[in-house]
Design a protein around this ligand. Structure first.
Ligand SMILES: [Fe+2]
Ligand SMILES: [Fe+2]
Length: 307
């Protein structure tokens, strides 16, 4: 099996041989995408050679004869490409990547989805997609602006949001309908940007509200506890709601710096989630009354959150 560096070298050889001396400008763009993808992967702690390999292959089929080559695609893909012809080159480039280079599924998906990504895509897929939009040879204003957000500000998610907004706008100006996946990816990354701006307290309250928690009180423990900055109490109607909160928190913490340290009381009427700086207690109403923590903490500065 080839090492990732050998894979990268082979991808470059393939694309060089495929284009020869034709389409020099395309080849310059392809080199730019591979370079940007490698840079981003390294910065994000991923294997830069795999990202470069996908970068080299991403536009492999740009000038192929789609009428002939579409036979390589599934019926479903062909139908999709008929409606959105700009997908032909991505799907065919992915096909050739698998045929000629590697059966690495993530590289295949990164090439296939490089035009606007797909919901739930991997970081490598997102890297190749944004590298395509922001590589150094792109001179459109929107590309320059996104490159700045990505490289100088280091805001990967925001760069993806802005690049998608720009391509959707461009699509609409041309009188085309954006692909539904484009809108889903935009929403997903807008959510990530929003999440990254929310404080731990805001995220936890949001999760409590998702399980229809009420009577939310935030106690400030800053000067009184060596362990926690804040404690949040909330009531729910059922055991099921109390237990569901942990799942929402796990989801919300994805792509943030926050972590759950410990969960106590799973499947009981009092679930306690230790999130390092903040500890959250979700009770059924009866359990909350029974333990009456409010009495113990009545001297602590408290903020009541609107239901
Ligand atoms: Fe492309
Ligand atoms: Fe491209």
């Amino acid at each position: 099996m080839l090492s990732s560096k050998e894979l990268r070298d082979k991808a470059k050889e393939l694309v060089d041989a495929h284009y020869g001396d034709n389409h020099k400008k395309r080849l310059t763009h392809i080199y730019g995408v591979a370079e940007m993808a490698g840079f981003l992967a390294e910065r994000m702690g991923l294997d830069k050679y795999r990202a470069e390999a996908a970068g080299y292959m991403h536009d492999y089929s740009k000038y192929d004869d789609f009428d002939l080559e579409k036979l390589y695609l599934s019926d479903e893909d062909q139908k999709e490409c008929e409606k959105y012809p700009f997908l032909y080159h991505a799907y065919l480039s992915a096909y050739h990547t698998r045929e000629l280079l590697t059966d690495d599924e993530e590289i295949y998906q990164a090439v296939r989805n490089h035009v606007f990504g797909r919901p739930g895509m991997s970081t490598l897929e997102a890297i190749v997609m944004i590298a395509d939009f922001t590589e150094k040879n792109r001179t459109y204003d929107d590309c320059i602006r996104c490159r700045h957000i990505l490289v100088d500000d280091g805001d990967f998610n925001l760069a993806i949001v802005e690049s998608l907004k720009a391509t959707i706008k461009h699509c609409e100006e041309e009188g085309d309908i954006p692909h539904p996946k484009q809108m889903l990816v935009l929403r997903e990354y807008e959510e990530r940007v929003k999440k990254n701006k929310m404080t731990l307290e805001e995220i936890l309250i949001d999760c409590v509200k998702k399980v229809r928690g009420t009577d939310i009180i935030v106690y400030d423990m800053m000067n009184r506890s060596p362990f926690y900055d804040k404690m949040i109490l909330a009531s729910v109607d059922s055991l099921r709601q109390a237990n569901a909160v942990t799942g929402y928190i796990e989801d919300a913490f994805k792509d943030t710096e926050y972590k759950i340290r410990n969960v106590e009381g799973g499947n009981t009427a009092w679930v306690l989630v230790d999130c390092n700086d903040i500890i959250l207690s979700v009770f059924t109403k009866e359990e909350r009354e029974h333990f009456a923590l409010e009495k113990i903490y009545m001297d602590y500065p408290a903020t009541k959150i609107e239901d």
